[in-house]
Design a protein. Structure first.
Length: 181
């Protein structure tokens, strides 16, 4: 997947200025795809050159803000990409490498980092739960789009719960080993 496909999806949801898109990205797509604002602007420029998006300039505005919208070529690109197969994401987590190193070196230095990660995952879980309660408080989902958004958020919640459970078990297990020294 490329950043272009993430941005095309966001722009189909709602045509936006660059700054609006970057802010929305931080609050939604950014939970599962990382990109800096600079990367977003660079990708918007490349997508515009390919004819995937265009801009609508607001004549009445005093500033020269550009609102980006998806063109037919962009819709075609996104539709072609959607039918392609992709492998499941591979876990690429620096913390796992640190744990493997600790297993070999045995310095018992990774415990504070595990505890910090536990707090970070607890905070992210709270954020996801707040979004879930705000956007999906009713048990019925009105339409297919909302159902898909709800299920993506539910996966995020499930992943955070899994991380928290794993970290709590790992921390307790390491503390147990350390207490027997």
């Amino acid at each position: 997947m490329s950043l272009a496909h993430v941005l095309l999806t966001s722009l189909i949801e709602k045509p936006s200025t660059g700054i609006e898109l970057a802010r929305r990205f931080d609050r939604s797509m950014g939970f599962f795809w990382n990109a800096t604002h600079q990367q977003i602007y660079r990708e918007l420029s490349a997508m515009q050159q390919k004819g995937w998006i265009s801009t609508i300039e607001d004549e009445s505005a005093t500033s020269r803000k550009k609102t980006y919208q998806v063109e037919q070529m962009g819709r075609t690109e996104l539709a072609d990409w959607m039918v392609k197969q992709s492998p499941p994401a591979q876990l690429r987590e620096e913390l796992m490498v640190r744990l493997r190193a600790e297993a070999q070196i045995g310095e018992a230095t990774v415990l504070p980092e595990l505890e910090r990660h536990l707090v970070l995952h607890q905070e992210k879980l709270k954020t996801y739960q707040l979004i879930y309660n705000k956007d999906f408080s009713s048990s019925e989902t009105e339409n297919r789009t909302l159902y898909i958004h709800k299920m993506i958020l539910q996966l995020g919640i499930n992943l955070e719960v899994g991380w928290i459970q794993w970290l709590e078990a790992m921390i307790a297990g390491l503390k147990n080993f350390d207490s027997h020294k």
